[in-house]
Design a protein around this ligand. Structure first.
Ligand code: WTA
Length: 637
């Protein structure tokens, strides 16, 4: 299979972009021809951003797994679909060909059905990075159930919140997951979460770490036993459920500026077409290449560019269970050498953390198979960009800096590898179908170049967020109400003289810690749960490796222990309420917070102090009690 809709030159990019904006129906209608449908669409696009209502390929019917698996069986049955590298390099890697993936997804689709899962049911997946996670995701899609994958770094409380929000009655998990030297007891976390979720009917448990788990009679079953029953029944194929184009495919929770994560909903057809199109064009994927995306499937990057994008393109997707520094900082390079990886797609935080180990871990590693490098998740600083370019790409591999969000489903702004120009720390130009604009605070569009503004998108692309689960109004107010008739990204951006975009970071109260999105309000809520805490304010500060670190100012009036212990208690509370990923890097105990007379916390001042910019705090005269500022400055950590 070749890819007829891969852009081949800068001129073609410009033409395609223009056509896609002037006539999106014709443009995406053409791309849509390259997929397998059960019934054709009646209209390519119907939309308004007021409600918002966005419908792509409306009237069509399909199943995404037929596009990701079945249609490749004719030519690629024996090609690896998924290569899996375990956490421990001494354990065996696994390869699943398209034929094997087909068998396993069909088997597990039966397992789901046998356990009562029906079309439209929400199934929560809390597993490590093992092939069974991809199999479970695809099996949900095959039966038409809505998957909700929860990252392994979230706590029981976070899981329980998500289960309740989505009313998920089904869970798929593992006994445990390996991450570096750690063995994380996932099933135990699920058991804790389920204390407050009695509506959960079934938990399917895959054995991975062989750690002790308590299986509850009538509720918990083993994955392996359930698959054996299907094998005994002769392994019949599972006919893929017929889905409407706009039926939801999955929910993925993400943080915003309010205290509660939102369940971002993507639907079947548009998401499929867009992840496939962006995968092929951004990375310029060629048949047989090995694509290594280092993200976790618990995040959108893993959904779109480990599973759906590569598989819908009939590609080979490499999945890695572990972390870049285990057993040593040469692990990525070993994996690239071992599997002759062609595309490496990772996060700036990983690059920065590996840079810190110097060039030693790169010695004797053959990286010559690499053709394209990618980054995602946060702005990449120039130093990291150049290190990646020189030492990993050997100056021969284009670097694609891909800007996008959970809500956008796929990449919106990025250079196309080797086709459109790159510029360090710039995501550069929009994908075809994407019409970005910069607006000022009042929502007026800024037309000039060499300007900074709030980044918005003018019209829908196929993988636009459809709703926030169970609360459509929240979707509207969060993304479509700030500026009329625009999707607001929450990011700021600079546009240079060539029209290239450089993302400058969030303009709302969302932090980006090691490429993970965390809302400051969420962290504050968690800190405030601690019995001794009166009030807290959380801000981000620049962190050499993580991009941003979490700085918490806490008013504490408990009596217990010394300051060191109190900080540990607060951290443990955050870990318990959200998960270890949200633990503050710094906690400063203060007697007051800088507030305006109306009681609003002046975060600007707290941010400056956290950043170490204590001389230029600006006007503090409007504060209720300006003296707290001096105290906070002196106590800065
Ligand atoms: C940030 C991850 C700069 C941005 C795919 C966005 C980036 C948030 C880039 C979404 C990039 C993502 N350059 N910033 N290339 N990619 N971001 O939902 O602030 O986990 O709004 O999606 O990450 O994070 P999310």
């Amino acid at each position: 299979m070749s890819y007829p809709y891969q852009i081949k030159s800068l001129e073609q990019y410009r033409e395609d972009w223009k056509e896609s904006i002037e006539n999106p129906e014709a443009f995406w209608g053409n791309i849509g021809q390259h997929f397998q449908w059960k019934k054709p669409w009646e209209s390519v696009l119907e939309w308004n951003f007021k409600e918002p209502s966005v419908k792509w390929f409306n009237g069509a019917q399909l199943n995404i797994t037929e596009n990701c698996i079945d249609r490749h069986l004719k030519d690629k049955a024996n090609q690896p679909a998924i290569i899996w590298e375990p956490n421990d390099p001494n354990d065996h890697h696994r390869m699943l060909t398209y034929a094997q993936l087909h068998l396993k997804v069909n088997q597990f689709a039966h397992v789901l059905k046998n356990n009562g899962v029906k079309k439209g049911d929400r199934v929560c997946l809390y597993m490590g990075m093992i092939p069974e996670l991809a199999i479970a995701v695809l099996a949900c899609a095959r039966v038409g159930a809505i998957h909700s994958v929860i990252f392994g770094g979230f706590s029981a409380q976070s899981i329980s919140d998500r289960l309740q929000d989505a009313k998920s009655e089904f869970i798929i998990t593992c006994d445990g997951a390996f991450r570096g030297a750690k063995d994380i007891a996932l099933k135990n976390v699920i058991d804790d979460a389920l204390i407050s979720c009695p509506f959960v009917k079934r938990v399917i448990v895959y054995t991975h770490t062989r750690s002790a788990v308590s299986m509850i009679k009538g509720r918990d079953v083993w994955w392996e036993d359930e698959v054996r029953k299907v094998e005994t029944a002769g392994n019949p194929d599972f006919p893929a459920e017929t889905m409407d184009a706009e039926d939801p495919l999955f929910i993925l929770y993400t943080s915003g500026s309010t205290g509660k994560p939102k369940g971002v909903v993507h639907s079947c057809a548009g998401y499929m077409v867009y992840t496939n199109y962006t995968f092929l064009n951004v990375f310029q994927y060629q048949p047989q290449e090995v694509h290594f995306c280092t993200a976790d499937i618990g995040w959108i990057t893993g959904h779109s560019y480990i599973i759906y994008g590569p598989l819908s393109a009939g590609g080979t997707s490499l999945m890695f269970e572990g972390i870049p520094t285990f057993p040593d900082a040469g692990r990525f390079w070993d994996i690239i050498d071992k599997f002759k990886v062609n595309i490496l797609y990772t996060a700036p935080t990983a690059i920065r953390s590996l840079m810190a180990f110097g060039l030693g871990p790169l010695q004797n590693k053959d990286l010559s198979s690499l053709r394209v490098l990618g980054t995602v998740g946060e702005p990449i600083n120039e130093e990291a960009w150049h290190w990646y370019d020189e030492h990993i790409g050997k100056k021969k591999c284009p670097i694609v800096d891909t800007w996008w969000q959970t809500e956008t489903g796929g990449v919106l702004i990025s250079n196309l590898a080797g086709i459109t120009p790159s510029k360090p720390s710039y995501a550069t130009l929009p994908m075809p179908g994407v019409n970005p604009v910069l607006v000022d605070e009042k929502g007026n569009e800024i037309l000039e170049n060499n300007v900074t503004g709030n980044l918005c998108i003018k019209s829908p692309w196929p993988a636009t967020i459809r709703t926030t689960y169970g609360d459509h109004e929240r979707c509207r107010t969060n993304y479509f109400a700030t500026y009329e008739n625009l999707y607001f990204t929450g990011d700021g951006a600079y546009r240079d003289e060539n029209g290239y975009y450089r993302i400058t970071g969030r303009v709302d109260d969302v932090l980006n810690v090691s490429g993970h999105r965390i809302g400051t309000a969420e962290v504050e809520n968690a800190i405030n749960m601690h019995a001794g805490v009166v009030e807290s304010a959380v801000v981000g500060y620049p962190h050499d490796v993580k991009g941003q670190g979490i700085y918490a100012y806490v008013i504490y009036n408990g009596t217990h222990g010394d300051e060191q212990m109190i900080r540990k208690d607060i951290s443990a509370t955050v870990s318990r309420i959200i998960g270890p990923i949200a633990k503050p890097d710094k906690i400063q105990l203060v007697s007051g917070l800088p507030k305006t007379r109306s009681g609003k916390i002046m975060r600007r001042i707290l941010r400056k102090i956290a950043e170490g910019d204590i001389e230029n705090l600006g006007d503090v005269s409007t504060l209720l009690d300006p003296t707290v500022v001096n105290e906070i400055k002196t106590g800065r950590i």
